[in-house]
Design a protein around this ligand. Structure first.
Ligand code: Z2T
Length: 818
């Protein structure tokens, strides 16, 4: 019941009046505008600042989990945090959304437009960075005193434009007008050193190493508060920005070399300029190594300062701090921690190693060989000479111990060594991260098993028991409550309001799976979400799609192993089949694709062009009107995902088995009632286990079968193509220029690749995929059954909440209470 105060207004009205006053005050005094002249962006800034005040009070007050001295803190080191927009996150988690909507409404402003005026914070490539963002929200929700550490890139992931069907990249500019969410902490600035040489001295018979760097860069902290559900807690995300130590080289300036005086500034600031856009390929450039060391060094200096301030010395660090390495990108932290303990704090090697290796843990996100980070020794030595010495020392002790424990297996040494002696000597960051961590985790059950069998097989023998599984998760606040308010409202009604705090209660939905009334309500919510997406398609692409069609979506980074190409082959086969048999029971479909390719990834960019060329042909062919449309939505990002996911009927998760470490889009889509068509890969397997075999479309080779075929070298792509007339026809059509009459040979490289190598085994899985798609058609044509399956999916996805994942990390890796 709403309370009525003495003035006769309800608390709710009072709250609206306060929000209104706060927004107006910000508009006038901070934005500096008369509300009558304000743009949508101005309204966004004023609203965000008003909302931020509430956060700040919590942040500085008792609700800051990280303030709780004496508790163990968690440090999440990640080169990527793919946050997206923050306004709704903050308003929603503070349960202020309705109040602010009403307040803005009273001012004649539509909150949806205000919301869309916020640029996405796209400081990540894809799943790995988005996982870090979900984890930050879950750690705040669970009251874990956690700090995220990363880089404040001036430019996030590039903006994708599709021009004549080709991807073009443009710089992303989220910071051009500043961001209202961050606090600059000029007082939190550290020296980051590079290059130079190491001097060896003997003091009292003890060797001492003194690093004389040739370059110093400053790291300046910016804090963004991360709010947990119901405002329970607020934790900082601390992002580092690079500044020149000597912004204007005065000696040069005074000599009149005004441009030269600024060049140091440019070189230093370059470190935090731009996010590397490669997912799953090691970037390999010097600037990338500079980024990695820059944020690692700043973060470790910061957390060590904090520890010493509270506890006096570093011996207790492992009891008070858990440092999680998000992939190997921050793995140089192992060497940096050792350097600080040995050189700055004069600890003995054994003691330093005990502290280091009981503080760090490492998450592996892929087994793809091209993603494994290695650095050429000469490059690493030039940038971090002292760290290389320390790594040599770590490696020697590690190899000596291995030799002792496995005296009859000399071959083991080359596989577990941090140094790869083949093709020029290189440092293997995966080995370093593994050796320096107490726990290593994979991100799905299958991926963790494969880690033990493949990349880390030998290290797992040398250090048994270190590898654990932690299946990924997603925050339901963003991916259900905010992005699908219609479904959320229904869940609250059917399962009770407590469902917002206890996702396992979503299970109650299943009791009503056969209830036609519930089925109709679910179908209606889905349709409304599809209508919203239809409008986006029309606005951005200029043609219409029908909300009654099956929305078949594949949204993710463009990568050959994810097999967007397999989906396109099926699209062409379906197009052909519909034209030859127009009266059959095809489910009317809209195939929706979205995703960016790394700027240098030629093959992936050609597949984007193929999708767009197929779209052009199909969408302009009157003979398939109302039966098939193909859509490529440009510039896929978190905000677009929030619109596509609640509108999806079918979720494409069709990677070659064994290659997708987990996937997290698969979870978001199933939670929103899309049925999955997928291989037995990554977390798809666990989704199947939860939703049941009858409510998912599984096809294709298993990971074990993929391995077996690769080993046996048979059947070959040639055999597969010979055995499938449909596949042959599709390849002939694409290879022969049916979709590229302006350049008939355009797609020959793709088709030749399939005919010869077929590294991702599309030809092995094509027929099975086609058959699975026809099972999709069959179920779609029985709408009650389809909706029933969608309900069962929604009802059984609670386990995929990132709160569950984080609770597991807390208990089993970090040893912090939840
Ligand atoms: C990435 O998004 C993922 C793995 C990477 O390996 C790099 C990037 Cl940028 C270095 C993804 C995996 O491909 C995906 O399966 C997984 O769900 C996600 O990380 C989060 O673990």
């Amino acid at each position: 019941m709403l309370q009525t105060n003495t003035a006769g207004t309800s608390d709710y009205e009072q709250a609206i009046a306060e929000a209104k006053a706060a927004i107006i005050a910000k508009m006038t005094l901070s934005v500096g505008k008369d509300p009558g002249y304000a743009t949508d962006r101005d309204w966004f800034v004023a609203t965000a600042l008003a909302a931020r005040d509430r956060v700040t009070h919590r942040f500085l007050g008792g609700k800051r989990a990280s303030k709780a001295d004496g508790k163990k803190r968690v440090y999440y080191l990640s080169l990527e945090f793919l946050i997206g927009r923050q306004l709704t996150d903050v308003l929603y988690n503070f349960e202020l959304y309705d109040i602010f909507r009403a307040a803005l409404g009273d001012l004649g402003v539509d909150i949806e437009r205000v919301r869309e005026a916020e640029p996405d914070a796209a400081l990540g490539n894809g799943g790995l960075g988005r996982l870090a963002a979900c984890f930050m929200e879950s750690m705040a929700t669970l009251g874990i005193p956690a700090y995220g550490y990363g880089i404040r890139y001036d430019h996030g992931l590039f903006r994708q434009v599709i021009k004549d069907g080709w991807q073009q990249e443009f710089p992303e500019t989220w910071l051009e007008n500043g961001t209202p969410w961050e606090f600059l902490r000029s007082d939190v600035t550290y020296d980051i050193r590079f290059g130079g040489s190491v001097e060896t001295k003997t003091v009292n018979n003890v060797p001492r190493f003194i690093w004389h760097p040739s370059e110093v860069v400053h790291a300046v902290a910016y804090d963004t508060p991360i709010v947990g559900w119901r405002g329970s807690n607020v934790n900082p995300l601390r992002l580092w920005s690079a500044r020149a130590a000597d912004p204007i080289a005065l000696s040069l300036f005074n000599k009149g070399d005004h441009v030269g005086a600024l060049s140091d500034q440019a070189r230093s600031a370059a470190i935090s300029k731009v996010l590397y856009p490669s997912d799953e390929t090691a970037a390999g450039q010097e600037l990338r190594l500079r980024q990695e060391y820059f944020f690692v060094s700043a973060s470790l200096q910061d957390l060590i300062n904090r520890h010493i301030r509270i506890y006096g010395d570093l011996y207790s660090l492992p009891d008070r701090a858990a440092i999680q390495l998000n992939d190997t990108h921050p793995a140089v932290a192992i060497a940096e921690m050792m350097r600080i303990l040995l050189d700055d704090h004069n600890l003995r090697w054994d003691e330093a190693w005990r502290i280091t290796s009981s503080t760090f843990s490492y998450t592996n996100h892929t087994l793809l060989p091209e993603a494994l980070e290695t650095w050429p020794l000469p490059l690493f030595e030039r940038l971090l000479p002292r760290h290389l010495q320390i790594i040599y020392f770590i490696n020697n002790l590690h190899l000596e111990a291995t030799k002792k424990n496995f005296p009859n297996e000399p071959e083991l040494l080359s596989s577990v060594s941090i140094i790869d002696e083949r093709d020029g000597r290189r440092l293997r960051m995966g080995q370093l991260a593994f050796i320096g961590s107490h726990t290593i985790n994979g991100v799905s059950a299958l991926h963790t098993d494969l880690m033990k069998e493949t990349t880390f097989r030998d290290l797992n023998r040398v250090y048994p028991g270190r590898i654990q599984n932690k299946t990924n998760g997603i925050t339901f606040r963003r991916w259900l409550q905010q992005s699908n308010p219609g479904l959320t409202k229904l869940l609250c009604e059917v399962c009770g309001e407590e469902v917002l705090d206890k996702p396992e209660l979503i299970k109650r939905l299943e009791e009503h799976a056969d209830d036609p009334a519930l089925q109709q309500r679910i179908a209606k919510i889905k349709r409304a979400n599809k209508v919203v997406l239809c409008k986006i398609v029309t606005d951005r692409l200029g043609f219409r799609v029908e909300a009654d069609s099956l929305f078949d979506v594949q949204i993710k980074r463009q990568h050959e192993y994810k097999r967007q190409l397999l989906n396109l082959l099926e699209t062409v086969a379906l197009y052909d089949a519909i034209r030859s048999n127009p009266t059959a029971d095809w489910a009317p479909r809209v195939k929706i694709f979205a995703g960016k390719a790394a700027a240098s990834y030629v093959a992936a960019k050609l597949i984007i062009k193929l999708a767009n060329d197929i779209a052009k042909t199909v969408n302009n062919d009157p003979s398939v009107q109302g039966k098939l449309k193909v859509v490529f939505l440009p510039n896929y990002n978190v905000s677009l995902a929030e619109k596509i996911i609640p509108a999806a009927d079918l979720s494409e998760q069709i990677s070659t088995a064994g290659m997708e470490a987990s996937g997290t889009g698969n979870m978001k889509l199933a939670l929103n009632g899309a049925l999955t068509i997928g291989t037995l890969d990554g977390a798809n397997i666990e989704i199947k286990d939860n939703v049941g075999d009858d409510n998912i479309f599984i096809f294709g080779l298993t990971a074990a079968e993929v391995e077996e075929r690769k080993r046996a070298g048979a059947p070959t792509a040639t055999d597969n193509i010979a055995a499938s007339p449909m596949l042959r026809q599709v390849l002939d059509a694409i290879g022969g220029g049916v979709f590229s009459p302006d350049d008939p040979n355009r797609f020959k490289p793709i088709i030749d690749g399939l005919r010869s190598q077929d590294r991702y085994m599309l030809t092995d899985d094509f027929d099975s995929y086609w058959a699975a798609q026809r099972r999709v058609d069959e179920l779609w044509n029985q709408p009650e059954k389809w909706t029933r399956a969608a309900i069962v999916n929604i009802a059984n996805m609670a386990w995929f909440s990132s709160d569950r994942t984080i609770a597991e990390y807390a208990e089993q890796i970090w040893k912090v209470p939840v």
